[in-house]
Write a new protein. Structure first.
Length: 564
């Protein structure tokens, strides 16, 4: 995890140049100022969410319940996967002392309390009331693998995206390693940790593990066991002998969460084999990638042929064999599937896969403002359905827009994201809770992603409720930053790094489910020109990433430009 204190680069201590700074772009500064108000609201909402859920923690264990109505227990696939990790990130952004005081002890408690004898370090349900303890008297493989896989994919990978190596990434490796150590389901290609006889759950679990294996192969320093485990799963879903090809063999293909993970997982793993195959001694991986290629393209081509509405968005469920639409409601997770298309475009250069993303991004602002992505009359009283649907749809757009920022045909999606984030935020209650279930974490995750877009990855530490930090780039790529506060503040502006390479060691920044997209990133060894009305200095990327010391007074917002 990043240290709590940073090596500082103070503007006041840098060598001043005699030359005047170039005139700043007032339009970019105006955008940055407006963005700062949005970031202030968003991060303060995350802090309120964090405190609201901390207040629900069971006093003895410190663990939070699955929901506040009928599930007084902690579980891996919901509490640990969808809520707890984004409490951690909310604390990292807005109140770091809580990491040591509350959030790290929650991890320690989960590691200790939720494991069963004979199941190594995998996680199971843990009752918080009326008597704390393992919730079920006997283990169940389907439940334990599902809990562990979801915790890995939705929670621990997302934390590692931002934090890098940490106790949470250690937990990630524990769960993946032990899942395959205990894999006991036979396939034509070796034993795999599918979750029992429920095929839908097995598909989701396999997709989770494939996404994890595609990334931790690189994180581990290229330990080949992760490729071999991934090939067991990918063989089972892609090769004819597996009889599990998602579009050739499935009677129903789900293209929203709890189903779409297999498409992303297969394509991420395919990309990892591609880049591993380019390394010295990588012939085996290159050959396997070549064997998968026609089957991956068959899957993607068939989805494009039968699963899109006229605007290019995806239906919830289709029969890929017949082309029949099983559920005509639109997937809020459409971008999770299209992440896979862009990934394969990066690998194989298939232009149609990139082009498939243009139509939905272009259509959102015109046709889908206020769209009810996830009707939940059984649970949610929010007029436009569950906030969880808005969260996934906004993330879908945001992660893909990150790849198309200079494409004029999709420029309108920025107005749509600004509109829909307000709808998402309106679902938060006065007490800081959102809907009182584990999906509340998705509110915080999406808000943090949105705020990073509005700061271009710049963060301020320590955060304070009156801070406004916004940023924007002009046409030349210069970053314009505005920081203001209602009271005097001194702290550090921390600039983002190419986290895909530094935290995950990925060869390429392919789009990933629950990714925190990179916007303006600094390279450690490069030099950047940092200018304000009174100062012009050259600073290394390493110094900017470690933290730029800065003060702001109430009467005078600080305005900076940063140019490579």
């Amino acid at each position: 995890m990043r240290p709590a204190s940073f090596a500082l680069a103070a503007l006041a201590l840098l060598t001043l140049r005699s030359t005047a700074a170039p005139a700043p772009s007032e339009a970019a500064f105006a955008t940055a100022t407006a963005n700062g108000a949005l970031v202030q609201e968003g991060l303060n909402r995350c802090n309120r969410y964090l405190h609201a859920w901390l207040a629900t923690a069971e006093p003895t264990t410190g663990l939070i319940p699955r929901n506040l109505t009928d599930s007084p227990y902690w579980n891996g696939k919901d509490s640990a996967a969808d809520n707890y990790p984004f409490m951690v990130l909310s604390a990292d952004f807005t109140e770091r002392p809580l990491l040591a005081a509350k959030l790290r002890p929650m991890l320690d408690a989960e590691r200790k309390l939720t494991v069963r004898p004979g199941w190594l370090r995998l996680t199971d349900d843990y009752a918080l009331r009326p008597t704390p303890g393992l919730r079920q008297p006997t283990p169940d493989a389907a439940r334990i693998f599902f809990n562990s896989a979801e915790y890995v994919k939705d929670g621990l990978l997302a934390l590692t995206e931002w934090l890098g190596p940490s106790p949470w990434s250690e937990r990630l490796f524990e769960l993946v390693d032990d899942s395959f150590a205990l894999a006991a389901v036979d396939s034509p290609f070796g034993q795999i940790p599918l979750a029992g006889s429920d095929k839908a759950v097995g598909v989701e679990v396999s997709g989770d593990y494939l996404q994890a294996l595609a990334r931790i192969y690189w994180m581990s320093g290229r330990d080949e066991k992760y490729l071999r485990w991934g090939m067991r799963l990918a063989d089972n879903f892609l090769l004819p002998a597996g009889k599990n090809h998602p579009t050739r063999d499935f009677a129903t293909l789900r293209l929203r969460d709890h189903g779409c993970e297999i498409v992303s997982g297969l394509c991420e793993f395919y990309a990892t084999l591609h880049y591993a195959g380019q390394l010295p001694g990588g012939r085996e991986w290159a050959e396997k990638k070549a064997a998968y290629q026609p089957h991956v393209h068959e899957m993607l081509d068939r989805i494009l042929a039968v699963a899109r509405n006229p605007d290019g968005l995806l239906y919830n469920d289709v029969n890929p064999r017949t082309g029949a639409i099983v559920d005509a409601k639109l997937s809020d997770s459409w971008g999770y599937v299209f992440d896979a298309y862009y990934t394969v475009f990066l690998v194989d250069g298939t232009a149609a896969y990139r082009d498939a993303l243009i139509a939905p991004l272009a259509a959102l602002d015109q046709n889908y403002r206020g769209y009810n992505w996830e009707p939940r009359p059984d649970r949610v009283k929010f007029p436009s359905g569950s906030q969880d649907g808005y969260a996934d749809a906004i993330e879908s757009a945001l992660n893909l827009y990150n790849r198309f920022t200079t494409e004029p045909r999709v420029a309108s999606v920025t107005a749509w994201m600004d509109s829909e984030i307000k709808t998402l935020w309106s679902s938060q209650r006065p007490d800081g809770l959102i809907e009182g279930w584990h999906g509340d974490g998705n509110f915080a995750r999406t808000t943090i992603m949105y705020c990073l877009w509005k700061t271009q990855g710049v963060t301020a530490q320590p955060w304070r409720a009156d801070l406004r930090l916004g940023a924007a780039r002009d046409a030349a790529g210069t970053l314009h930053v505005v920081l203001s506060a209602e009271k005097p503040w001194t702290g550090h502006l921390i600039f983002d790094r190419p986290r895909h390479a530094e935290n995950l060691r990925l060869p390429v920044d392919w789009p990933r489910i629950n990714q925190f997209p990179e916007w303006f990133t600094v390279q450690a060894k490069k030099t950047y020109s940092v200018q304000s009305p009174s100062v012009s200095a050259s600073i290394t990327g390493a110094q900017l990433a470690a933290g730029l010391e800065i003060s702001v007074s109430p009467a005078t917002p600080r305005r900076l430009t940063v140019t490579p």
